[in-house]
Write a protein that binds this ligand. Structure first.
Ligand SMILES: [Zn+2]
Length: 148
C-alpha cells in the first residue's frame, strides 16, 4: 500500500504531459513503515534534467541518478521508496521491459498519457519472486493526514 498526496499525483501527471511523447521518470521519496505501508512525501523528477538525447530512451533510471536521489532523500531523513514513469499512448500497466528492470519492495507508479493528456495513474509492486507485478493500493491523503 502506498500513501501519497493529491499534489504529488498532480505533479506526476503534469510531468508526464510535459515529457510527452517521451517517457518521463522520477523517484518517490518517503518512508517504509513497519507494517509494509509506504508513505510518499515528495516526488523527485529525473527525466526533465536530462539531455534531449537521453529523453528518447525508454524508462531507465541510471545508477548515478538513483544515487543522487538517495543522497537527497537521506539528507531529509527519508528513503527512495519507489519510482514513477509515464506510458505515452499506452495503458498504465507495466511492460515486460519494466519487469526486467524492477526490484521488489519498491512502488512503481505509471501514468498513462494519451494524446498529451494524463489519464490513468496506477501503482504496482513486484512479486517477491520477480515473476510479475501486482496492483498496489494507492491511497491519496491530504498532507495533514499523511503527516508530511
Ligand atoms: Zn513502463
Amino acid at each position: 500500500m502506498l500513501e501519497i498526496t493529491p499534489e504529488q499525483i498532480k505533479s506526476i501527471r503534469s510531468h508526464g504531459e510535459q515529457d510527452y511523447p517521451h517517457e518521463c521518470c522520477g523517484l518517490l521519496i518517503g518512508t517504509f513503515d513497519a507494517d509494509g505501508r509506504k508513505v510518499s512525501h515528495e516526488i523527485y523528477p529525473i527525466s526533465n534534467a536530462r539531455e534531449e538525447e537521453a529523453k528518447r530512451n525508454r524508462f531507465l533510471i541510471r545508477p548515478e541518478e538513483l544515487l543522487r536521489g538517495e543522497r537527497y532523500a537521506s539528507s531529509k531523513g527519508l528513503d527512495v521508496i519507489g519510482f514513477y514513469h509515464s506510458h505515452p499512448d499506452h495503458p498504465a500497466v507495466p511492460s515486460g521491459y519494466d519487469l526486467d528492470h524492477a526490484w521488489p519492495t519498491y512502488s512503481y507508479i505509471i501514468v498513462s498519457v494519451r494524446d498529451g493528456r494524463a489519464a490513468d495513474v496506477l501503482s504496482w509492486e513486484m512479486e517477491t519472486d520477480r515473476s510479475r507485478f501486482n496492483p498496489e493500493l494507492l491511497v491519496q491523503l491530504s498532507p495533514e493526514l499523511a503527516g508530511v
